[in-house]
Write a protein that binds this ligand. Structure first.
Ligand SMILES: Nc1ncnc2c1ncn2[C@@H]1O[C@H](COP(=O)(O)OP(=O)(O)OP(=O)(O)O)[C@@H](O)[C@H]1O
Ligand SMILES: [Mg+2]
Length: 327
């Protein structure tokens, strides 16, 4: 029925408190049992998992520090809130990025100690790097690790949606930052850079940029402010100086690409993969694109009822992503 590896995975995920993984292994055990003809056991196990999941979601909702953090009224259109449960271990990044994020976590977790000596933890971060390399995911990881809500603010849509009243709307967001401790993620800050905007927006965008800079400078609340951009060259130099820490995200190395693939395919049998051939198909693909290719290969394998992911299927999925990149 369950293999030795599955038993070990169950115990490990239980010990880590990783419910998601625990349930997914249990479902794998059920799938395997069904295949071996133990259909009654498989059915009972699936039902157990379903009801346990439903119960823990119910409990989880009760524990959450809402409703205060659920944006209301005007704020509802400006902020999107979520409660991520992602962990630093889910993120595949180079040592430098990992060390920076660990530093943020450690300063946040021990902020009382720092403040006793008159120091402040780092509270404003700028994430720079190409699409799909983990900037948004890192914001989720910081929120998940610190058990804080994550608030997303897309500046581009804030500006276009509230043309003429953006500064007032931004003020509402800044008030929320002061009132409700959380991780506030300002995506696409390059929208404030001016260069890309049409002539009649310039005045307004300038004003928004100025109030954003001023706010960054004055920010003393216990919330964490993160801004992200794919286009650092468009950013006003004045912006860089306002952040406590700038983190540079890069495309994955060959070694890290392998880790992304392994992680995403962890629930499937991948024995016998030809990594040399796979390596030849990963250059130029971001973490996000690698993830999508793996998901495609995994689904294809599952639906074809193949016992394992083959190199051919995976390479075809990777190549398809690379070609859609070039087009
Ligand atoms: N460093 C990473 N490690 C593991 N998975 C990653 C990483 N980066 C991206 N991913 C995967 O790709 C998805 C999209 O990545 P994410 O949204 O964090 O990219 P981004 O850098 O914010 O891109 P964009 O600039 O387009 O907003 C993630 O949800 C995750 O599944
Ligand atoms: Mg993003």
């Amino acid at each position: 029925m369950a293999t030795a590896d599955q038993f070990k995975a169950l115990v490990r995920s239980h010990a880590d408190g990783d419910d998601g993984h625990f349930y997914s292994v249990a479902m794998q055990v059920a799938a395997r049992a069904a295949k071996q003809g133990h259909s009654k056991f498989a059915q009972e196990l699936r039902e157990l998992v379903d009801s346990a999941k439903a119960a823990s979601e119910e409990g989880g909702r009760k524990l959450r520090p809402i409703p205060v953090t659920q944006p209301r009224g005007d704020l509802a259109g400006l902020l999107a809130v979520s409660y991520p449960d992602q962990r630093l271990g889910d993120l595949v990044v180079d040592e430098k990025v990992r060390a920076s994020l660990e530093r943020v976590l450690s300063e946040q977790r021990q902020q009382d100690r720092l403040m006793e000596y008159g120091f402040e933890p780092v509270r404003s971060l700028l994430f720079i790097g190409p699409p799909g390399t983990g900037k948004t995911m890192s914001a989720s990881v910081l929120a998940g690790e610190l058990h804080l809500p994550l608030f997303l603010i897309r500046l581009e849509s804030l500006i276009t949606k509230f043309m003429g009243e953006t500064s007032a709307k931004l003020r509402l967001v800044f008030d929320a930052v002061e009132d409700t401790r959380g991780v506030y993620f300002f995506d696409e800050v390059d929208a404030l850079a001016g260069d890309r905007s049409s002539a009649n927006d310039v005045g307004e965008i300038r004003r928004v940029l100025n109030s954003f800079l001023q706010f960054l400078e004055q920010h003393r609340s216990s919330s964490i402010l993160i801004a992200a951009t794919n286009h650092p060259q468009l950013l006003d130099r004045a912006i860089f100086r306002r952040f406590g820490l700038v983190i540079d995200y890069t495309m994955p190395t060959q070694e890290l690409a392998r880790v992304v693939i392994r992680n995403r395919l962890a629930s499937l049998n991948t024995r016998g993969l030809n990594w040399k051939r796979i390596d030849a198909s990963t250059p130029g693909l971001s973490h996000a694109e690698l993830t999508i290719a793996c998901e495609q290969a995994a689904k294809q394998t599952i639906l074809a009822k193949e016992p394992r992911v083959t190199t051919d299927v995976l390479v075809a999925a990777l190549d398809e992503r690379r070609h859609s990149n070039i087009d």
